[in-house]
Design a protein around this ligand. Structure first.
Ligand code: G3H
Ligand code: 13P
Ligand code: ZN
Length: 289
């Protein structure tokens, strides 16, 4: 199967009341882990490349790996640009074969975020690529901000309504209490805000910073309309811990394949668990896409 646009997967998720996992990939082993997990769970899956992944592996390497993975897979696979920084980067990724892009104009004033998102949609639609945008600022767990400072950056439901009707974007990433990276305490999600956003905005909602959230919080967010759940940190943690374990138990190991095979298996396991939590297992029925 060739790469499919994310919005095709999210339409089915909307109808089925589940969420599709969007897993960040940085190297071949993580690409393989994502596919192995999706196949084992018979689930559609989104692979995504962050700015860090692009810097580390390069757009073309990621695109080639994902295209091959999708062709060989017996489940639907999308390749998505995560937190795209500019119109030029979006075009670069589309040319390389990405089937979906995120343009992150969340740091811009509303009118500029709308204008940038519309410009991206104009080119993406012409070539069948779907578009995610962000409204509100999600930020990182390492950001030195108080809870009330973070809350001031949450997505405003009325603004979300304006943003979606003026852009026609396919999916919207919202700030409702999650943050990228490892949480220090237990994160509190603003479910009433999410519910309000979803009552105004009739498109799939994207939850970023989903590593480390309690499973029940993720399930509740999905019940309230989240259809794409982004996971990066949990994969990196399990991958690195498994590699460290091999090296600690055999400090003389010199074969990277032994280290990376364990890391890949650990990544596969955590991705499988996430897919099950998202209600996405067994949703890759043939003929759906
Ligand atoms: O956007 C969220 C990613 O988890 C950041 O990943 O460090 O690879 O850019 P990165
Ligand atoms: P985590 O690293 O917190 O899982 O966030 C991933 C993410 O939102 C990628 O866009
Ligand atoms: Zn993110």
């Amino acid at each position: 199967m060739s790469l499919v646009p994310v919005n095709e997967l999210l339409k089915l998720a909307e109808a089925g009341g589940y969420a599709v996992g969007a897993f960040n990939c940085n190297n071949m082993e993580i690409v393989q882990a994502i596919i192995a997990a999706a196949e084992a769970e018979n689930a559609p899956v989104i692979m995504q490349a962050s700015q860090g992944a692009i810097k580390y592996a390069g757009v073309d390497y990621i695109a080639v790996m994902a295209k091959l993975a999708a062709e060989q897979a017996n489940v639907p696979v999308a390749l998505h640009l995560d937190h795209g920084t500019s119109f030029e980067q979006v075009v670069r990724c589309i040319r390389a074969g990405f089937s979906s892009v995120m343009i992150d104009g969340s740091k811009l004033p509303l009118a500029e975020n709308i204008a940038l998102t519309r410009r991206v949609i104009d080119v993406a639609r012409a070539v069948g690529v779907s578009v995610e945008a962000e409204l509100g600022k999600i930020g990182g767990t390492e950001d030195d901000v108080t809870v009330s400072e973070r809350e001031a950056l949450f997505t405003d439901p009325a603004e979300a309504g304006v943003f979606v009707s003026e852009t026609g974007v396919d999916a919207l990433a919202v700030a409702v209490g999650t943050a990228h990276g490892r949480y220090k305490g237990t994160p509190e999600l603003d479910f009433p805000r999410l519910e309000k956003i979803k009552s105004i905005v009739k498109i799939p909602i994207v939850l970023h910073g989903s590593s480390g959230l309690p499973d029940e919080a993720v399930r509740e967010a999905i019940r309230l309309g989240v259809r794409k759940v982004n996971i990066d940190t949990d994969i990196r943690e399990k991958f690195t811990a498994a590699a460290r374990k091999v090296l600690e138990s055999n400090p003389r190991e010199i074969d990277p394949r032994k280290v990376l095979a364990s890391a890949r298996d650990a990544a596969t396991e955590v991705i499988r668990e996430k897919i099950r939590i998202f209600g996405c297992a067994n949703k890759a029925k043939k003929g759906d896409i």
